[in-house]
Structure formats: C-alpha cells, structure tokens
Write a new protein. Sequence first.
Length: 450
Amino acid sequence: MAPYLVDWRSRYRGTALGVVEPSTADEVAVAVRIASAHGVKVVPQGGNTGLVGGGVPLTKHEGSQQIVVSLRRLNRIRDLDLLDNVIVVEAGVILQNAQAAARTAGRLLPISLAAEGSAQIGGIVSTNAGGTNVLRFGSTRELVLGLEVILADGSIWNGLQRLRKNNAGYDLKQLFIGSEGTLGIVTAAAIKLFPLPHSCVTTFIAVPSPAAAVRLLRYLQSELGDSLTAFELIERVCLDLVFGVVEEARDPFEQSYPWYVLAEVSATVKEVVLDDIVERSLASAFEIGIAMDAVLAQSEKQRVELWRLRDEITEAERRHGPSAKHDISIPVSRISDFLARAPATVRTHVPHARPIAFGHVGDGNIHFNVLAPAEDADCINRAVYDLVTTLGGSISAEHGIGQSKIELLAHYKDRTSLSLMQRVRRALDPSTTFNPGKLVHVPPVRGSDL
Ligand SMILES: Cc1cc2nc3c(=O)[nH]c(=O)nc-3n(C[C@H](O)[C@H](O)[C@H](O)COP(=O)(O)OP(=O)(O)OC[C@H]3O[C@@H](n4cnc5c(N)ncnc54)[C@H](O)[C@@H]3O)c2cc1C
C-alpha cells in the first residue's frame, strides 16, 4: 500500500485499512456503499501528483478508518466524437494518453501541465487543473462538458452530457470540478476538443523586469490575438536550479538576464507563416524596451528543450531542499507590485530566505516559492499570504487546498464563502464520507445553521 499513502513530495504520510482498485463506475459505487455502511472514510486518488496532500489519507482521522479508492483501473476512452468535438474518458486515464488519443484523431485536448505523464483525468477535474494553456483555453472548468460521479450514498449521477449550452437548472458538474474529492468521486468526464494547430512557434525571451513581462504579454496579445497560447514568466534563479540537476539543459542565451518569458504561439489557420509574424512583433518589443533578447525554437527538439527549462523547475526545486511554496494568483496589473514587495517582506521575517518566482503570468498565477528551512515556513507563509490578500489575490491559484492549506483557507476566506462551502459539503455528503480533513472543515450542525 505504501505508494498510495504518501504524496508526491513526501510531505504527507497517511494510514488506511486498504486500497480499493475498482475497474468500473459500478464497482466504485459498491465500494462507497460498503464503506459508508461501516462508517469508513473514502479518499479518492488519481495519479497522486497533487501538491497539497489531498489524495492521501490523513495520518489518523479521529478514530475512524479510511480506505483509498484508486481510479487507476478506470482507464478506458469511452468515446471520441469529431462532430461533437468531444472526448469521453474515464477517471483513471492518464492525461498524456487522452491528449495522444485526441491528437491521433486530429484534435487538440488543450489541458497541459508538467505532471501530464502521471496525472489522471479524475484528478485533473477534481483539482480544476490549470497548466500552461489556460491563457488561451481556460482552466479545466471551462473545458468539461459533462461528468459521471459517484455520490456519498453510493448512487451514480450521470451528468455525462456533451452540450455546449444547457440552462436547464443548476450547472451541477461545476460543483464537483475543483472539489478535490470532497463531494463525490468522478468516474468519467466529457471534455471539449479543438482543432490541432497547423504551426507553432516557441520562443524564449529575455525581459528586464516582471513589469516589462506584463507589458509584453498585452503587446503580443494585441499583435497576435488568440494565437498566443502560453506565456510563462521565469526568474533567472529558476534556470540556475534546473542547470544544477538536468545535465543536458543549456542556457538559451550567451549571457544571463534577470527574467525570462517562455511564450508559445499557435496557428490553426493553414499557410500562416508564424515565424515572420512573431519575429516582427519581437523586433518592435525590443524597440520599446519591453524585451531584451529572444530565441525561437527551430525544431521540435529545440521546442522540447525550451519547455524542459520550465517544466523541470518544480523537480529541481524539490531536489534542492525544503521550500515554502505559494501557488498564488493576483490581478495581472499587480504582479510587478507583488514581485517587487514580496522578497523584501519575506526577508524582514527570515533574512536568509531565498525567494524564487515563476508562473503562468498571463493568468495572474505566480509560483512564489521561498527556499528556507521547514521551521521558517509558517512565518513566511503568513507574510506572503497577507500581501497576496492586500493585493486582492487568492492563496491558491491552481493546486487547491487539500490538507496543506485547510487552516489557511479558514483564516483567509471570507466567512460567508466558508459557510456556503460547509453547507454544500454537508448537503452532498452528510457523514463526511469523502476525503475528511481536506479542503474545508465541516463543524457539527448548530441550530442557527438550519
Ligand atoms: C511536476 C508537477 C507539475 C504540476 N503542474 C501543475 C500545473 O501546472 N497546474 C496544475 O493545476 N497543477 C499542477 N500540478 C499538480 C497536479 O498535477 C494536479 O493537481 C493534477 O490535476 C492532479 O491529478 P492527479 O490525478 O495526480 O490527482 P491526485 O493527486 O491523485 O488527487 C488530487 C485531488 O483530487 C482528488 N481526486 C483524484 N481523483 C479523483 C476522482 N476521480 N474523483 C474525485 N476526486 C479525485 C484527490 O482526492 C485529491 O484531493 C503539478 C504537479 C507536479 C508534480
């Protein structure tokens, strides 16, 4: 059972009565029914790449027993319809396999993130995963058309529709998307597909500052429109971490710059010569001082190498040692303000801390991580989240709450939102069978709650 009881970063180790590996939605429903009848708690688990300890059981849950329900064996692609432009996949399908199936059929499944070789569709849906294509296609929430979900009483909700418009009542699927396995177990999802791009340009751009990066983002959007599909900000120190662990990683430039942007531009229109358009736009960006240097990938191999510099940051950081991670979002207009103030704010509390920043800047999502001993984490977290809140941001942009941020959510979320979340959870799962101790605590009902 060991691999199912520890999270990807080895921060959380839980205990469980057992691991159940059903292979159909009916079998999941039976497992939930039996567990619930015996007061056993159920922890749904996908690829176990989550970064907030949501998919592993608690060390101990107030005397009650827990099982892990792994969705790994629900791994069929049920349908791929080119007229509906939809793929219907079971929860245990690995994201990369779903992308490949779509590509083989001449379509794009645009959800993409560094963990796509292990993360599963059920986990992707349940965390409302973001990733590198949100700028153009939105988060998972915007891409899911329908869901099949096992409810806490063991019944199956078949909401596996593939409609683009449906205003017949509440949009129930949205409740389950991003609910981190606290409201039901996703067994299948219908996800939108898009035309495959005919050409794609990947460029690594040196920029003088985060403020310049934000101006470059808006400039390129005005020049290139929707074809700008990714725009990732990377601080120099992140590249140095990657060079330290990935032997074949090379600096794209001969000199070092303080900040970089990894941008991707894709065209779905045939016979558009993207390289020329991107080069012209970058030349103007150099002239107005919002970019300093750039390289364009000349082959698929080079494209993969450039993306690797971005994708390996999380792993390089993990190998470097402990860090306090902050997957935060703030309005795009305040990113440079945040990045100017946050390092100094952190250092007033922990002088030896080494902040690093990278992220999906087009979505206002920064991974602001601070390399420092674990004992400094609480103090650093408070300093960062206080600043984020002051700037109108969120303490979790895409990784969710899980067990790692449950107390922080209780502290930073407004009372009304917190109470609504508790009421939703209680209504769908009155005995808290699913994923106890994750996302939001559910206190006992008081008279005033009724
Ligand atoms: C290197 C790396 C890079 C990453 N990059 C990104 C990124 O760019 N963007 C991003 O959003 N995330 C990112 N993540 C986080 C993670 O990959 C995502 O959260 C992913 O969606 C989790 O999928 P999973 O199958 O591994 O889920 P798990 O880790 O197994 O579970 C995650 C949560 O979902 C619940 N769950 C899982 N399956 C189901 C189900 N079928 N029904 C109900 N609940 C379920 C679990 O209980 C848990 O709360 C990254 C992680 C790593 C390791």
